[in-house]
Design a protein around this ligand. Structure first.
Ligand code: FES
Length: 236
């Protein structure tokens, strides 16, 4: 992953819109007095949503609102790859996970497609300024690798073909539903459930059997405890 630095070209200032300002004050008020720094991530995220990327003036503005040193807020902004430190595509900024599980499952092909369909290099805008991309580290959906994140949503179990269709969908304004892009339910096994399939586990008919086994285990435990206590008791 590349070093995350602020873009050299920055706007001259930043201010929250009135609606976002009201939201920001309401968010800060959720935290106890003196702990307003806890609102740093939500405020940075709202600033990014407003401007499409996170500018230096926005980081300074948030630091001022939260009475934090600028460098502390900069640390947060540069640590999390969810914060975009340069302008991004107007339609979508695609973050491709390149960490081992995703790499083993084909993320290199997704990155190649980014280079040919979006722009040759990460953080460059596509010719129509609609898309941009970057490679990031694990985004926590390894079980459905390979995956990409766009805004706050993840798209998983991708192939070159389904990833191409995903970009097409965003371009048309009809992005696919987030989550697995195959017939998998959430992170359940591909092809369906493989364990805990006995219907009796769920219809209550096993309760009697379970209860009998439990009672028997408890009886044996009590017998053993009584035998130990009797052996330890002083002889008359
Ligand atoms: S390795 Fe790609 S989501 Fe974890």
């Amino acid at each position: 992953m590349s070093v995350r630095r602020l873009n050299p070209d920055q706007p001259s200032g930043f201010a929250f819109s009135q609606a976002n300002l009201d939201w920001a004050y309401a968010t800060i008020a959720k935290y106890p007095a003196g702990k307003q720094a806890s609102a740093v991530i939500p405020l940075l995220w709202r600033a990014q949503q407003q401007e499409a990327w996170l500018t230096k003036p926005a980081i300074e503005h948030v630091a001022g609102m939260l009475d934090m040193a600028y460098v502390r807020v900069l640390e947060v902004a540069t640590f999390y790859t969810q914060f975009q430190l340069s302008p991004v595509g107007k339609v979508a900024h695609v973050q491709v996970c390149g960490t081992t599980p995703c790499q083993l499952r084909g993320s290199e092909k997704l990155l190649s497609l980014c280079r040919t369909r979006i722009a040759p290099r990460a953080h460059e805008l596509s010719a129509d300024s609609k898309f941009s991309w970057e490679e990031v580290e694990c985004l926590g959906a390894c079980v459905n690798a390979p995956m990409v994140m766009i805004d706050k949503d993840t798209y998983e179990d991708l192939t070159e073909v389904s990833f191409g269709a995903l970009i097409d969908g965003f371009e048309r304004g009809t992005p696919p539903k987030p989550g697995p892009q195959i017939a998998r339910v959430l992170s359940a096994p591909v092809g369906g459930q493989t364990t805990l399939k006995d219907a009796k586990l769920y219809d209550g008919s096993n309760v009697g059997t379970w209860r009998t086994a439990f009672d028997e285990r408890e009886r044996v435990k009590a017998e053993k405890a009584a035998a130990v206590a009797a052996a330890a008791a002083p002889k008359a």
